[in-house]
Structures are given as C-alpha cells and as structure tokens.
Design a protein around this ligand. Structure first.
Ligand code: ATP
Ligand code: MG
Length: 428
C-alpha cells in the first residue's frame, strides 16, 4: 500500500459544506466591491523574492522568518510564495502603467503563505480579501476604505469587531520618533524580552506591538509617535477622523498600533475582536505612499487593507451567525433505468430555467428503493421531490411532491413543458 499522503501542515482543505460559507462570503465581497467601484485583480501566487525583500525599510517578521522562498530549479531565479498581495498589486499596476490616466481602485481575493506556527486563526496557507486605492493622496479615500469594511461587516452580520486607528506620520517624523524610542528602550534594556532585544535596532516600532504581558508597562511609557507628527500629518489624520465621526463610526485611537509591514505611513487601522484570542485582528490596513516608488514605479500615493477570511468566518461561527446551508430546489427520484432518458431531458430543461436539481444517481446495481431515494431527497434539503415513476412518465408526466410543507398536495406536471412550471418551483 502506498503511504497515506496528507496536506502540508498549516494548510487546510476547505470542504463542503464549509466551502459554501466561503462562497457566500465571497459573493458578499464581490457585491460590496461593485457598490464601491473597486475592480478585481488577480496576480500570480509566486513572485520574485526581491519584491518582498526590498533592502530599504525595516526588517519585518514576514521577511525575516515567515516567507516560503525557493530557487527555481531550472534557472536559479529566487522566488517566493506571496505572503501578502499588496506588493504584487503594486508590481502589476506599475508593470502595466495602470496609473497613467489617474487613480485605480482594486480588490483581490486569494491564498497567501506564511511559515508561522499553526494555531486557530493562524495558518501557513490562509486567504485574504484586500482593497487598494492607488494614486489617491487625500484622506477621503482612507475614510472610504474604512467605511467599506463597516459596510461589509453589516452585510455579513458581523457585529463584534471594533476599529482601532493611528497615524504613523511621514518618514522624517518616524525617524525622530525612532531615535527617541531606541534611546528609551536602551535605558530599560533589562526589561526587554528576546524578541524586543532582536527588534531594538531593526524595527523598534514593532516592539510597541508586543503581546508579552511583562512588557506592557514598559511600552505604555514609551515615546508616542503622535507627539512627533507635524502639521500636515495631523491635518490628514483629523480629516479622516472627521469623516468617520460624521458617519457615526466609532473608533479608538491606539498610539501603539503599528503594522506588520514596513511600508505604511500616515493612517493605519485594524479591526479587532476579543473573541479569537491572540489572533484578534480580523482586518488591517493603512496608507503606503512610498511603496510604489520602492518597487520601481513612478511615485504615487496609495492606501488599502486586507482581511483574513478564515478569521472572519471563524468569528461569524463563534457569534452563531451561520448563513443558511444551500439546498437544491428539487431532488429527482428516478425509480428505474427505463425512464432515465425522459427524466433527464426534463431535468435539463428545469436546470436551464434556473432550477437547481439534484439527481438521484444510480449505483452499479440500479437506483435503489424508493424509500432510500426519498430519504436522500429529504436529507438534501430540497423543497420538492420530482418523482419520475414509470406510469407517470408513460403519460408524459412527472409527480411534484412538496417536501417541506405537509399541507401542500402532490401535483402532476407535463414533462415536455418544464420551462413553464419551473417558475412556480422557483417562486414558492
Ligand atoms: P498578526 O498580527 O495576527 O500576525 P499581521 O499583522 O501579520 O497579523 P497582516 O499582514 O496585516 O496581518 O494581514 C491582514 C490580515 O490577514 C490579518 O489581520 C489577519 O486577519 C490575516 N492573517 C495574517 N496572517 C494570517 C495567518 N497566518 N493565518 C490566517 N490569517 C492571517
Ligand atoms: Mg503576522
């Protein structure tokens, strides 16, 4: 016997009926994006490693230890499974000169890869939905993107996430703050944990994001970036806030909110919940006005967010908010092979008219008893059983039996005019 092969650790199969919840969610996302005027983009899952390791900028967890990188065995090219999609979108937008005639609003849905310790809400292959507005500098688009998230939470019935907001200012402001931060942590070196020691000079801002309870007091007292922001940065931040306020969207300003990616400036935000343990960030984003030029494009401002699909769906489940399982409208009971030809012509006509029909599939030994077929019809959740009995079919008819309404009577319908009574099945 061959060895039983298994999926790679931390990478999940998404099976029915769970996959129906994914499709439900993706449909909500697509409808939302259409309402806000965001167009879909699909970039490759494999990208050149230098797209993520840019030399410039801070060393991030992702680049430092989470990437699946390998060499192309044919030509030695350095490649990486995308850990996120923003860089890929920016590469593609630049490569195809998409900003030549103004800004673009883009969204994506797809798998990302990070070599993390698998646990609930944290996987090695996971999925993100993301939205990016490229070529727009104003605070209006930051606010639009945040409001879009709220609209999505409403559309899917997610009411237990809250917004945290911060401004990271501009690079020169960050630099002044960074120096003050390093000086502060150097003074308290004995209180830094191993992670913080490691980040002290590579990415001190990220120390503020520590989940270590023993370091909370220390980071609480650290110099705040907000105090280093200049007038223009503060004005941008206040303009975003004013739009959110006008829309009645509540948020908390979290001066310790920094993002895992190095490329953010000005507005950053996260949608968080207390229900998923330390995997409580459901969605995060912000402005990245310097990334396009870092990747070799003509300088252009941009802002965006990404949400974790697994976390959103787990949170929905946690809240007991499960969308209805999809069920076929009708289940076709086919008692004998002799009627199969006629039955399948009618079934095809119904499907062409938009009725979902699950057909009883015969095994090697034939279709099985009527009893077992009805059992399956019931279990399928179908509203009707279509019974293609030999007598009915010989008279050009099929019996339509309502399965969910005990008071409704079984009726006979003409096989040849399925297109006409299909509408009744759909409307019931
Ligand atoms: P975390 O702090 O939880 O590691 P992050 O800052 O690395 O998150 P981002 O890079 O901003 O996350 O990605 C956006 C969203 O993608 C996160 O808010 C989260 O919902 C989801 N996400 C990130 N990493 C994973 C993962 N390994 N498994 C599942 N979802 C993830
Ligand atoms: Mg992470």
């Amino acid at each position: 016997m061959a060895e039983q092969l298994r999926a790679v650790k931390g990478m999940n199969d998404i099976l029915p009926p769970e996959s129906a919840r994914w499709e439900w969610f993706e449909d909500k996302v697509r409808a939302l994006m259409a309402r806000y005027g965001y167009a879909n983009m699909r970039t490759p899952i494999v990208e050149p490693t230098p797209l993520f390791v840019r030399g410039l900028g801070e060393v991030t967890d992702i680049v430092e230890k989470e990437m699946y990188s390998f060499e192309d065995s044919m030509n030695g090219d350095k490649l990486t499974l995308r850990p996120e999609n923003t860089a890929g979108i920016v590469r593609a937008v630049t490569e195809h000169s998409m900003l030549y005639d103004g800004g673009k609003r883009i969204y994506y849905i797809g798998p990302m890869f990070r070599h993390e310790r698998p646990q609930r809400g944290r996987y090695r292959q996971f999925h993100q939905v993301g939205a990016e507005a490229l070529g727009y500098a104003g605070p209006d688009v930051d606010a639009e993107l945040i409001l879009m998230c709220r609209a999505l939470w409403r559309d899917i019935g997610l009411h237990d996430v809250r917004l945290e907001l911060n401004s990271l200012g501009q690079p020169d402001e960050r630099k002044a703050h960074r120096e003050a931060l390093i000086a502060y942590f150097e003074q308290h070196r004995d209180q830094l944990d191993v992670d913080a020691q490691r980040r002290l000079y590579s990415n001190p801002l990220r120390i503020l994001d520590t989940k270590n309870p023993a370091m909370q007091a220390l980071v609480e007292g650290a110099p705040k970036l907000m105090d280093y922001l200049g007038e223009a940065s503060l004005a941008h931040f206040n303009a975003v806030r004013a739009i959110l306020d006008a829309n009645g969207l509540e948020y908390r300003i979290n001066p310790r909110l920094v993002r895992g990616m190095d490329y953010y400036n000005l507005t950053v935000f996260e949608w968080v919940t207390d229900r998923l343990g330390s995997q409580g960030t459901v969605c995060g984003g912000g402005r990245y006005d310097y990334l396009i030029e870092q990747i070799g494009g003509k300088p252009a401002p941009a802002v965006g967010w990404a949400l974790g699909v697994e976390r959103v769906l787990e949170l929905l489940k946690e809240l007991g908010s499960i969308p209805p399982a999809p069920a076929p409208v009708a289940y076709a009971v086919v008692p004998s092979a002799t009627v199969l030809g006629n039955a399948m012509v009618t079934i095809e006509a119904l499907r062409a008219a938009g009725v979902s029909v699950l057909m009883h599939a015969a095994g090697k030994d034939g279709p099985g008893s009527m009893k077992s077929q009805f059992k399956r019809a019931d279990a399928s959740g179908a509203r009707y059983a279509l019974i293609f009995g030999e007598d009915e079919v010989s008279q050009g008819q099929v019996a339509v039996k309502p399965l969910r309404d005990a008071s409704a009577a079984q009726t006979l319908r003409p096989l040849a005019q399925a297109g006409e009574w299909a509408r009744e099945l759909l409307n019931a």
